[in-house]
Design a protein around this ligand. Structure first.
Ligand code: AHR
Ligand code: AHR
Ligand code: AHR
Length: 517
């Protein structure tokens, strides 16, 4: 106890000096691993600050320097077998290769996001609730690839309908007890549905009234609250209200924030709460609100219930979308200095985007490409439009100029997310590949958010191990596929003929190549 509290004080001093994410070997010598210096990870920093993590979730990395357990579990569709995905070393990064080999040739879903805090506050498939039935969908395990400190890893990709929850937690704040939370999100993946949240919610899956939630919200729904610009905003979901500051509705200090990797913070204590955020790849945090509870009745004191949600609202509203990489909940109201040190540790963690194109060929916005089938017997066929449908045709150097133009696509940063891509027709400017009822067409961009989502595809290494697969942004278990030489977004097995599992991995793997014109 004496040694530990000395250690805590020493760490606290270090941290509040803004100094160090790395603790010297000498400090560590008070505890069990005397020989090596350890890098302080977010939960080490919160503990040193006296506000320990009571839930710690990440599919990309350990959140304690000593954590050596499983990060998450995946289940594959081919035989429903499950595998726990751990870290490469204690305090290290996710073993994504283990997921890749287990899920090769099939589709995996994330079934459990383990709690690293030791309290067993795991997140699993959310049940139905007052606003929507369930169980909710599980995230497709490959839908949010990322790099972290040079290692490949996967985030939790929440398409509308996806949700995780734990209604039987240990150590999470209840009533008016203080707590802190941070999460790292993809700031370019959001929507205006209710409610992409991470944090404290009702244990009954129902809306039990104002103040019964306290969660980080990220997105651009304006029904309850908003800040400057068009969004997205980080807000606090306090139940029957997303708050951007002390007022219901507009608060001028809550800016639009859309860093590709976004650190978002909400914390709440007795008649006190804050919103903070920053770029998870560089720099510090800004405080968008810190002060008394909203000037609307029912939020002071709070009535927190202590369930944990991810990707949904308190009553299981599940119209929302977003991507989660890591996040924690603490016991106690963390100091700004503690959170600043956590932000430094996140930045040091080294989130970065993947190069995107998979093997062979790149999908660089601004460039023009062709997309060639890789299925044996069809490797001379390319995605082209014909009338307004997307099909595959044999294209060769002696094809007509018209055919070559029809088979050439201009790559754009995804209309719905800059971490994905969209394909504009070479000879029909303003027309894009988009799916509708799961068939793919060339259509003019009507500017709607549905069009943007339908026309956005997220590249990953080809499902067959060859080329590039292109996941539908709004149906992430569906991939651009040819079937009877027509192009669809198809799942691996499903109700349509074009969802056939036979030759699926080959049919969804495309060779990205030189443009025909
Ligand atoms: O507070 C916003 C939302 O309102 C909550 O997430 C949900 O429970 C309710 O519909
Ligand atoms: O392709 C599936 C859905 O069908 C699209 O999202 C929508 O445009 C259409 O209703
Ligand atoms: O699109 C051509 C072929 O049609 C696909 O390879 C196969 O899935 C279907 O029979």
């Amino acid at each position: 106890m004496n040694v530990l509290s000395r250690l805590r004080r020493a760490r606290k001093a270090l941290i509040s000096a803004g100094a160090a994410v790395t603790l010297a070997a000498g400090l560590q010598s008070g505890i069990s691993t005397p020989s090596q210096a350890a890098t302080s990870l977010p939960c080490d920093i919160y503990a040193a600050g006296g506000t320990p993590c009571v839930a710690a979730h990440s599919t990309t990395r350990a959140l304690y320097a000593s954590y050596n357990g499983s990060l998450y579990q995946v289940r594959r569709s081919s035989d429903n077998a499950t595998r726990n995905i751990g870290v490469l070393s204690a305090g290290g990064y996710a073993d994504a290769a283990s997921q890749d080999s287990f899920c090769s040739g099939t589709t995996c879903l994330i079934t459990i996001i383990y709690d690293q805090s030791g309290r067993g506050n795991n997140l699993t498939q959310a049940p139905g609730g007052g606003a929507a039935g369930g169980p909710d969908n599980l995230a497709v395990a490959t839908a949010a690839p990322t790099m972290i400190n040079g290692h490949k890893a996967y985030g939790v990709y929440v398409a509308a309908g996806t949700g995780y929850r734990n209604d039987h937690t240990s150590g999470i704040a209840t009533g008016d007890q203080p707590e802190g939370m941070y999460a790292v999100f993809d700031g370019t993946h959001y929507n205006g549905g209710c409610c992409f949240d991470y944090g404290n919610a009702e244990t009954s899956n129902n809306d039990t009234g104002n103040g019964h939630m306290e969660a980080i919200y990220f997105g651009n729904i304006k029904v309850w609250g908003y800040g400057t610009g068009n969004g997205p905003w980080v807000m606090a979901d306090l139940e029957n209200g997303l708050f951007s500051g002390v007022n219901a509705g507009y608060n001028a200090n809550d800016p639009t924030v859309s860093h590709r990797y976004l650190t978002a913070i909400v914390k709440g204590g007795a008649n006190l709460w804050s919103i903070r955020a920053g770029n998870a790849q560089s720099g510090g945090l800004s405080t968008y609100y810190s002060g008394k509870r909203p000037n609307v009745s029912g939020y002071n004191p709070m009535h927190k219930e202590g369930a944990i949600i991810l990707g949904i609202g308190g009553d299981n509203s599940k119209g929302s979308a977003g991507t989660f990489y890591e996040g924690v909940m603490t016991s106690g109201y963390p100091t700004d200095a503690t959170e600043n040190a956590v932000q430094a540790s996140i930045v040091a963690g080294g989130y970065a985007t993947t190069s995107g194109g998979g093997s062979g060929g790149t999908l660089t916005p601004g460039s023009s490409v062709s997309l060639r089938a890789t299925t044996s017997g069809y490797t001379d066929r390319y995605v082209r439009h014909y009338n307004d449908q997307a099909i595959t045709s044999v294209i060769t150097s002696s094809s007509s100029d018209l055919d070559k133009n029809d088979a050439t696509w201009i790559v754009h940063s995804g209309l719905a997310s800059s971490s994905c891509v969209s394909f504009e027709s070479k000879n029909y400017p303003g027309d894009y590949l988009r799916h509708q009822n799961f068939q793919v067409y060339r259509q003019h961009n009507d500017g709607s958010s549905l069009f943007a989502a339908d026309a956005t595809f997220c590249p990953q290494t080809g499902k067959s191990g060859q080329g590039t697969s292109l996941a539908s942004y709004n149906y992430p278990d569906r991939f651009l596929r040819h079937y009877n030489n027509t192009v669809y977004v198809a799942s691996n097995g499903g109700s349509h003929d074009f969802d056939s599992s036979s030759s699926w991995t080959d049919d969804v793997s495309w060779a990205v190549g030189q443009p025909w014109v």
